[in-house]
Design a protein around this ligand. Sequence first.
Ligand SMILES: C[S@@+](CC[C@H](N)C(=O)[O-])C[C@H]1O[C@@H](n2cnc3c(N)ncnc32)[C@H](O)[C@@H]1O
Length: 275
Amino acid sequence: MDISLSRECNRLNLVQVAKYLGESPETLLGHYDQLLSQTAFVARLNQQMARARDQLRFDKGIFGKAAVDSVDWFAFERILLYVLVRTLKPTRILETGVYYGGNTVFLLKGLEDNGSGSLISIDLPDSKIKSVRHPGVGETELYPSHIRPGFLVPDDLAKRWQLMEGSSLEEIPKLTGAFDFYVHDSEHSFDFLQRELEMTLPKLSHLATLLVDDIDWSNAFFAFCVANQFVPLLLTDNGKDGLRVRTGLVRRAHPANSNAAFVGQRDCSAAPAPA
Ligand SMILES: C[S@@+](CC[C@H](N)C(=O)[O-])C[C@H]1O[C@@H](n2cnc3c(N)ncnc32)[C@H](O)[C@@H]1O
């Protein structure tokens, strides 16, 4: 997608997010503008990508570019994560699925600019995955065993970060204390995502926000929303090739959740008997 069109689409999406969260659009757009103005951050990411190319011999996807001139090249979901962290000011964030750390670095940048909060990320490195993965997982998502997940994260942003290497389904049950923001981007197959969402929900505070990536890879996110009577917001990931609706957002305390009209769709008792 053309990057200037992408930026306009990002603004439209942020207005929708503001409406969903009951926040003013100016607040979210202001955080986006602030991120766009931070040229030192983009320079730092370019340095990390150059390091990955030279030292780790990793040049897939965006790492193949000599340099980027704007955060927009990292696509809308990363911008949304930064803006959400700045707006909602979570104290404890849980993330699954790190890979090179695109989402991670924007979450950490939000925490740094807030001056508070911490992030726990869980990733099972590709070389250690034994189970069958979703058929949509492509070659660009795999990384060799000499590389640790999160290699885009600069040292100065890592002080608020803890990385747990292991399967999210095994690591999440070990976590203690409540999280107020959760990001899923690990294995997207139906059974896996359903299990990860079910085991994460009790770890989240009642005011928590959930963001799920690649919701179009299976119906697990939608099944979760129906089962828990959550009304989600669905968003396009501008900036990626082949634009898709791929980001699902849920505010646990959204006033529309458990809405009678929505719940009524599942109440079969009132349905007329078949002829
Ligand atoms: C789509 S990539 C994540 C991309 C990342 N969020 C980013 O922004 O760069 C999926 C990641 O999930 C990890 N993964 C796959 N199965 C997993 C599991 N069972 N538990 C934790 N992480 C897993 C993979 O190793 C890979 O790093």
